[in-house]
Design a protein around this ligand. Structure first.
Ligand code: SF4
Length: 265
């Protein structure tokens, strides 16, 4: 059995017609935006996609950045990096910050119309002189070009930030629409490795808007209440593979049993 994948690991499926709060993480909202079919098979039918493999280097970078900003949080002063980028803010201190950062709790809000309990774990929160909270996400990568928020991945990161902004607003905080991504880019052009990986650090700003979130929650609700599995989308390589594979398997099994040596073809 795979040590990473258990097809039945998602036992907590959505029950249509139930009026009980149902926990929905911001990553599940994003899964729905990317493909309602895979989302449905996971959340309604209980079979999720295999997980992404653990990115231990990214986790280590997140931890180091958290510690670094926490030192300045304790002193109630800006990190020099924030000053370099002209960001008029300091790391925010709040009794619930550790909970907001923890994966299994995160910032939570019960959206009454759908009864979804929305959760999302933030990397960091800063605060500006107007008392507005600023959502901050840490990212680690290693590429030759400067990090940017272009393309599908950038759009996904911004959606992630917007859900955190929406969650904090619904918890009664004033929230700035401006958020930041603290990006560490592993340097591949260093003269020697010397047992050390060096990073360039940059801070990328992004302006979020949260108007899409409530209509999306309504769509998720309608999808989960429906007994019909949503359709796939043509440009997904995995579904093209599943369909081609299913077709071959159906053809082979409708002809004759596999050979004695177990070979199918
Ligand atoms: S198109 Fe198919 S494999 Fe791709 S994400 Fe959707 S359901 Fe999953």
């Amino acid at each position: 059995m795979s040590k990473y994948y258990n097809a039945q690991r998602n036992q907590r499926v959505y029950i249509p017609g139930s009026n009980q709060p149902f926990k929905l993480s911001r990553s599940k909202i994003d899964a729905f935006v990317k493909c309602p079919r895979c989302f449905y098979i996971d959340v309604r039918l209980g079979t999720s996609q295999p997980p992404g493999y653990p990115f231990t280097l990214n986790v280590a970078v997140d931890e180091l950045l958290k510690k670094e900003f926490d030192l300045h949080r304790a002193k109630k002063i800006a990190h020099p990096m924030m000053q370099t980028y002209g960001i008029d803010a300091i790391p925010y201190e709040h009794k619930d910050l550790d909970k907001w950062r923890a994966n299994f709790t995160g910032v939570q809000y019960l959206h009454e119309p759908t009864k979804f309990l929305i959760t999302g774990a933030v990397d960091d929160v800063w605060v500006n002189p107007q008392g507005e909270l600023i959502v901050v996400d840490y990212k680690a990568t290693s590429k030759a070009s400067a990090p940017s928020l272009e393309g599908d991945l950038g759009a996904q990161y911004i959606r992630q930030m917007e859900v955190y902004q929406w969650l904090l607003k619904n918890n009664g905080f004033k929230v700035s629409s401006r958020g930041y991504f603290v990006y560490l880019n592993g340097k591949k052009d260093a003269a020697a490795f010397d047992g050390k990986l060096e990073f360039d650090v940059s801070i990328l700003p992004a302006d979020g808007e949260t108007a899409w979130i409530e209509p999306t929650l309504e769509k998720i609700k309608a999808t989960l209440e429906n007994n019909k599995i949503p359709t796939w989308h043509e440009e997904c390589d995995y579904c093209a593979y599943y369909r081609a594979r299913g077709k071959h398997e159906a053809e082979v099994s409708s002809k004759k049993p596999p050979k004695a040596n177990g070979a199918l073809f």
